[in-house]
Write a protein that binds this ligand. Structure first.
Ligand code: AMP
Length: 216
């Protein structure tokens, strides 16, 4: 099963991807997580990506496409994969289709979460992520039962710098301008599913299970 999760920052892709990964046993490929890891490891890729991330801009297509192709060539992707935060431009979507053609696989479903901007602006500054297992919580709407620690693994929960201030507005603007057109691309292929992401985690996940079918 090969799936793409789409939606603006804060729409719930990270939260739902944890549930999908558990239910369907497919690797979760988040370009945002890959870039953040490279930044924290201080690699050349990380230093380059940081310049764009700090501003709320997209990392250039050629860099992003390169890391995704490399990741998809790993053996664990042969049984399927879930892309989260990629593709974010039409050029990335076309490059992905080319790469998948070479691998002889295709995408079954593109699931798009819609959430009103005013809700995203409330969600993002309150979002915290586990330093270790990357579980996502929200101090306002979905707090960890262990306070400032992750309720799953006990590690520290951290806020993202790009979830604050002007960067949030910039990221939402970039999403509308550059990523929204990608939805049309998949709509035309007949594989786009639009979900209302402004509901409980359980309700949204139930819809996802209806789309993806049984894992058994
Ligand atoms: P995310 O965690 O998906 O919100 O991504 C955090 C940041 O990483 C974004 O604001 C971009 O700067 C960068 N990024 C993640 N995915 C992509 C992508 N597909 N194309 C370009 N930049 C990306």
């Amino acid at each position: 099963m090969n799936v793409i999760l789409m939606g603006p920052p804060g729409a719930g892709k990270g939260t739902q991807s944890e549930l999908i990964k558990k239910e369907y046993s497919i690797p979760h490929i988040s370009t945002g997580d890959m870039f953040r890891e490279a930044v924290s490891n201080g690699t050349e890729l990380g230093n380059e990506a940081k310049k764009y991330m700090d501003e709320g801009n997209l990392v250039p297509d050629e860099i992003t496409i390169g890391i995704v192709k490399e990741r998809l060539s790993q053996p664990d992707c042969q049984k399927g994969f879930m892309l989260d935060g990629f593709p974010r431009t039409k050029i990335q979507a076309e490059a992905l289709d080319e790469a998948l053609k070479d691998m002889n696989v295709n995408i079954q479903s593109v699931i798009n979460f819609s959430v009103p901007k005013e809700i995203l602006l409330e969600r993002l500054p309150a979002r915290v992520t586990c330093k270790d297992c990357k579980s996502v919580f929200n101090k306002k709407f979905n707090p960890s039962s262990s306070g400032n620690k992750c309720e799953k693994c006990g590690e520290e929960l951290i806020e993202r710098d790009d979830d604050k201030g002007e960067t949030v507005n910039k990221r939402l603007e970039v999403y509308l301008e550059q990523t929204n057109p990608v939805l049309d691309y998949y709509e035309k292929q007949g594989i786009l599913y639009n979900l209302d992401g402004n509901r409980s985690t359980e309700e949204v996940f139930a819809d996802i299970q209806n789309i993806l079918g049984s894992s058994k």
